[in-house]
Structures are given as C-alpha cells and as structure tokens.
Ligand binder design. Sequence first.
Ligand code: BGC
Length: 765
Amino acid sequence: MRRTLTLFSATLLAAATFAAIVLQPQAAGQSAAPVAVPARASHPSAPYKNPHLPADKRVADLLKRMTPEEKASMLAGSGWMESMPIPRLGIPAIKMADGPLGVRSWAGSSAITGIPGSPLKVLFTSFPAGVAMAATWDPELVQREGQAIGQEVKALGRDMILGPTVNINRVPLWGRNFEGYGEDPYLAARLGVAYVKGVQSEGVIPSVKHFDANNEEFERHRIDEQIDARTLHEIYLPAFKAAIQEGGAWTVMSAYNLVNGVHCAESTALLTDVLKKEFDFKGFVVSDWGSTYSTAATVNAGMDLEMPGGPPMQAWFALPGTRAAGNGAGWLTADKVLAEVKAGHISEATLDDNVGRILRVIFLSGIFDHPHAGGGEVNTPAQVAVALQGATESIVLLKNTRSLLPLNEKKIHSIAVIGPNAVVARTGGGGSSLVAPKYAISPLDGIRKRAGSGIEVKSALGVGMEGEDPALDTAEARARLLKEAVDAAAHADVAVVVVGRYEKIEREDFDVKTMDLPAGQDELIAAVEQANPRTIVVLNTGDPVTMTRWIDKTQALVDMWYGGQEGGAALAAILFGDANPSGKLPLSLPKEFKDSPAAANYPVSGLGAGLKVNYAEGIYVGYRYYDTKNVEPLFPFGFGLSYTSFEYSGLTVTPYVSAGKAGLTGAVVSLKVRNTGSRAGAEVVELYVHDGHSKIDRPVHELKGFRRVALKPGETQTVAFTLGRAALSYWSPEKKEWTADPGTFEIQVGASSRDIRLRAPLVLK
Ligand code: BGC
C-alpha cells in the first residue's frame, strides 16, 4: 500500500526549518499575530469601521477602498496558520488553531505545544474524540464543548478553530474515524450544528471540514471518489448543509480528495453549485492545507482562501516529500491571482466576492472591532468538567452478561488492570486533532484512584503496543508479558483488559491496515478470560475492531473510544457504577471487515485505474445497509446497554398542517419512557422513519430524531418530536430536489436501529 507523507510531520519539519525566522515563543495567552496591525487611523469615519452597521454594508464600503493588489493578496495565507492582514486598512490576520478535539496549540507561524524542546508550554483541554462525543447523542453537551474550545482559542490569542469534522464514517478502516461523528448524516448534522454554535458563541470562527467526502486517508490527495448525486445529498452533504443553514457556520474547509474527477478545492459543482448556491453559504471556503492545484480554476470554482501561505508554505512545499505526497500549494498568491485578473480569467466581481466573504466573517466574528488579544485561563474546572462529562456519557456498555458490572465493591478485594491501553492514557487518534493536555488519566490511574485503599489494584502490560517498544516485541518478551498478565488476572477477583490502538495506528494520512486488534491483543484477551472468567474487556479505539475470536466468551464489554484527558476517570466511574452507562453506538460494529458495505469498494481492494473509488454501495452506508440487506452486525447502530432498564409506551403520531398550506406539513410524535429499574440513568430514544411505498429504492429506515432523557428509578417522562416533511423525503435524482411520495410511512421509536419498540403510521396525502 502506498503511503503518503504525513502533513502533520511535514508541518513539524516546516516548524523546525523556520523556527529561527518565524517562531516567536509566546507566553500563554499572548497574541501570536505574525504581522503587527497598526492603529486604524487612515479613515477615521469610514463606514466599514462602524460596528453598528450591518456586516454587508461594511464589506461593501471596505471593498471600495481596497486596491486590486490588496484584494488579491487576501486569497492566500500569510503563514502556516494566519490569513493575510492589510495593516493600511486595519484588516487583521485571521489567526487559526487546529482542532477539533480541543486546541492544538499553534502560536507564531508554526509551533506546536508538546514538541520536545519547544518553548511553548500552553497546554489545553483534550476532549473526547468526535466519535465519542457522537456516542453521547447529546448536542447540548457538544455545544458546551464547542464553547469551551472557543474560550481556549481566544485564550491563546487566536481567532479560528479548524473543526468540526463532520465526514461520515463510511469504512471501518478510515484512519480518521475517531474524528467524525459516526455513520449517520442526521446525527452528524445535529452535533456539527451544536459544535458550530458553541464555538461561534465565543466570537471564534469554526471551520466545518472536510468538504466533501473525505472518507479515507489512503492516497488522500489523489483519491478520486465516484459518488452519485443522490448519495452525496443524502449521506455526505447533510451535515455540512445543517452546519451552514442551522448553525450559521462562518467557514467551510474543502477536502484533499477528488470527487467525480475534480479536486474538491477546484470543484465548481461542490463549492459554487452546492455550497454557495444550493445551501446559500455566505461565509468563506478555506482550502485544506496544501490542496490547491490551479489559480483561475480554483478561484472561479469558489475557493476563497488558500492555506497555508507565505514563507512557511514555501519552505514546506520545497520539501521533497510534500509534492511526492500529492500536495498542491502556492497557487493563490497575490501575483498569480492578479495576473489572472489582468488576463481576464478571474473577473473583478469574483475577486470581490472571495475577499468580501473573508471580510464578512472578520466583521461577523467581531475580530475586526475586538481583536483576540489572548489571555484567560485554559483547562479551567468548567472546561475540564465538559471533557469529563463527554467521556462519561460517551462510554457504551456493549455486553454485561451475569451483571458483572457495575463492580460490587463489597465483594471485590482485588482488580487486575491489564493491557497496553490500560497503563498508558490514549487520549485520541493521531494527526492535526491530537491535543497535548496538561495531564491525561489512564484507565489504570482512574481505577486506582476510584478503588482507594480498600481494593488492591495490580497492573500488567500484557503485550507491547505495536510500534512502541521493539524490546517488547521479541518472542521471549511476549511470553513474559502474557504470563504476567495471566498471573495477575488469575489472582484477582476481577480483571479489566483495556485493548485498542493509538495515535500512530489510527491517524490522519494513513488508514488502518486491518480491523483486527494489533499486537496480539486478541490472544491477550483470550488468555486473561481463560485465567479469570470475571473479565471485563474495554475497547479504546475510534474504529471498529474484529472481536470474533473472543466475544462469545466475554462477559462484559465496554467501549470507551478515545476519551480525551479524562477518559480513565470516566471509565472508572462507569465500572464502579458511580455513573450509569448511557452512550450508544454512533456507528455499526460489523463482525468482520468483509461485512462492511464499503469493503468491496475500498481503495486497497477495489481500486481501479486513476485511483478511482466507486461508492457503489450508494446510500447504503452503515445501518442503512445492515438493516436493509439483512446483514447482522456484531452490535447495531444506536445500541448501548444501561445498568437500569427503560420501557417505551403510548406512541402517538399527530399530523398537522400549518395555516395556509395544503397537505401535511409535519407531525408531532409523542411517547412515554419509563425507568423500570432501580438506578437513575439516561436513555437515548431514537426515532426512525420507514418508507415502504415510494417509487424509489429506500433504506428500510432512517434516523430522523433522537432525545437523551435522564430518568430517576420509576420516573416516566413524555418525549416529543416534531417531524417536518424533510423527515419523509429522499433526494430525487430526476427532480434534483428533496421529495416525499404520498402514502403511508411508519414512525418507529426504539433503543437501537435493531430494537424498535413502538411503531405507528403517518399518512402523507
Ligand atoms: C488536515 C486538516 C487540518 C490541516 C491543518 C490537514 O492535514 O486534513 O484537518 O486542519 O491539516 O493542520
């Protein structure tokens, strides 16, 4: 398999190369603008300076005052993470920070917190991975996460966070599955909107990425995805549309890959026709780092800002590996743009539109009137509390036969905590989203702290993690480690085996080679379960893994994903029953890779000439495939157990027509949910729509609503949903619009895509 150079590591190289020139070490909270912005004295009464005028009026006034050279210069960055300022007019650089799972600390033009030897010691809150936050099914919490991240961005004196990632988890092996919000466009849309709202509430600019269909890392700069219009509209576009139309997102980042033969950064079909016309997007499009290949074609397609720019871009692009990896950069520099304007290949109106969009965001976000000077606390108790709540709510209890969990403190005197992911805190996947936190709690730390002095906690590595310590990868070492683990398990009341991957295996720029657990962890689980049947297996990954070799014998199985810095504390709270598991799977877990709908059309197996990947499964992604084609997954979408039980009853579906409109315009769906067990807990109620009558082929059902409900023992709550016509619609390739065919739909409410508890008809005339 061909491997591309990691932009992440290329970035570090660029940082090192340019350290002497551009790296200005900043103390926490200081502004890191590379170019000083002088006082705005040149036009004291200019309308564009009036914060009380609407942004569009300010943009129009400012555009009139700009020279063509100044306008052209704004289409490319000035540094690795900064847009181009125009000091003469007081236009600031937009200073960016990587994300989305917290702030990856950029300061100066190219510097990252956590680099050994780096003078930068600003450490940020590491939030759970996107897939974990999706497992919370809690948009309100994701909004608070976005807000906390916005606060940390400002504390660093930056203006923009490069997230959220709303790409759909199409393939179990995608190296960036951990970053996304799962396999369902409705769920991804709800969480993307929440994240955007949270970030923007702090006057910080989010960037919804990667537009569009960045669903694999393999050859990510050259891969050409063949996706039909219906599949794009139903699966790969809704989260972007919602982030723009409901979240009001100020920017979108284009993807590296090609879609239907055209690089996303120069796709008129995607950037202009879909984003700017169909979705009425008024913000700007930023390129992914090094994803441009032309000047006029890129600008005319609707790309507004090329990143990175300036000397860091030139140095990075001069590195031999950068072009070899397929990156493109340096196309929207002022001279090139200006030449194309002069040649008539880019119209002045287009240039004004591009620059106007950037200016509009600068005004709307408030950074023109109130620059983020930096300062303020990071990693505050309130921010950390959001990370902990996210980690706790995200944990999915997948199996609990014989009620091994929660641990009974009265009966347990010793616990063996085993595994390469037990002893080390694995907070997230690798690449641009990995945050260097102030501290990170490993499962062992968390369990030890919670167990206190009354319970003995032993630990054993079990296996050395792949790629970490070659000394542990000899036959002798492997046998020794396994024996230590088995001994520890055999002499403990309970064993907890934490298995998974880490940031070098699940990461940006690489796909995962196999769904199987690395480093002999299957054998480790089997051996520990053999030594002690009271074994709890904990998964610490972002991607699905093969479990067939041990799952039948496993009594308790918990998925903790990558839980950020508080992951170990959250796990301990769940194991000991301080918190009741409430997470549900945001993606189906197939039994084996070959069961995945994309397996036959994944690059390694199905690559045709020209690096083309046929999205032949079409709209049948995730449960849309498993449930429609009757392929049984190991654990279905939306599944998750609790220490209590919930009963659903009294489903009613009441259609309504808004005043003055003909026909059905919506329905109110209502039901009762009762906690029938003896513990407080939260249930995620899922609403699916089944359409069995339409002329067009449709999945057996699709998620169109969900709600987290917290219930005390014995408590009942009424849960209500409002469904619009959109919930009944599919995207018609003939009409090129969303359509609902008259007939009888079925409203389904349940606890997972395969555990539908209540059904009722809804008639559309
Ligand atoms: C990633 C983006 C990231 C950018 C800047 C790219 O390699 O795909 O998600 O925001 O780098 O670091």
